[in-house]
Ligand binder design. Sequence first.
Ligand SMILES: Nc1ncnc2c1ncn2[C@@H]1O[C@H](COP(=O)(O)OP(=O)(O)OP(=O)(O)O)[C@@H](O)[C@H]1O
Length: 271
Amino acid sequence: MKSSEILCYGKACDHPRKSGTAALKVENVSFTYPGQNTEVLQGVNIDIGPGEKVAFVGPNGAGKSTLMNLILGLEPLNHGTISVFGHDAQSCRHRVSMVPQKNSVDWHFPVTVRQVVTMGRYVHLGWFKKPGKEDSEAVDKAMETMEITNIANRQVGELSGGQQQRVMLARTLAHDADLMLLDEPLNHVDIATQELIFHTIEDLCQGGKSVLVSTHDLGILTVHFSRALFLDKSIIADGPVKEVLTPENIARAYGFEFHKDKELSPWLNGY
Ligand SMILES: Nc1ncnc2c1ncn2[C@@H]1O[C@H](COP(=O)(O)OP(=O)(O)OP(=O)(O)O)[C@@H](O)[C@H]1O
């Protein structure tokens, strides 16, 4: 995926949020990439409310990034519907922001940290209007939250993996979307950055934002999430972490056989 696609938000719509509607509603979505003949998503249904923080779990190739790209409108939908706060997701792209997987961004793009974070404001501005005081303040605040103010003038290509991840999160904060899709935000980050990311997500959800976080780290589910969605082309399980994080569901999602008598990893004991 090109940086220009990831950084494109589409036109801001002025549809008010419909009261009582889900932040995200995915209904019967199936998807096949153009020119391919295998479905990568099959009959997916998801309903996420305002203020919810949901872990999105599944093996490599399960379709997590594909679904996030469909929600953001980066791929055209083949089958089913996706709505955001009661409106067709395609017409409400400014309400949704995404932190893409780190390796899907072209980090050689010659821009500074501050310029990337400011891109989060273009959805409110359009590409041709200059950022004003309010935008500048939003950018400052986002950089402060992600603790990157001291590297504001550095080129993003020169940064470490963890610093780049903080920059992409700051851009999302500056965007101030209502639904945030974070695609493996914990990859390449140290424990301090992980903690910062979790605290930030928690604050966002307390403020009514909805956040969907894809992760391969099942160990964090019980600590940081109350709800988890297991996907492997179709939804394998969806519900409170305490109920869905079972050896059977993990085995189903990751496609291995579960033996009751086999010893499990320590963090699964008790499930
Ligand atoms: N542009 C594309 N064209 C064709 N097939 C694609 C494309 N992008 C992804 N795929 C395929 O779609 C399937 C789902 O991939 P996707 O990246 O959505 O999975 P994922 O769950 O995000 O995996 P991971 O955990 O490894 O990031 C895979 O089989 C992948 O090969």
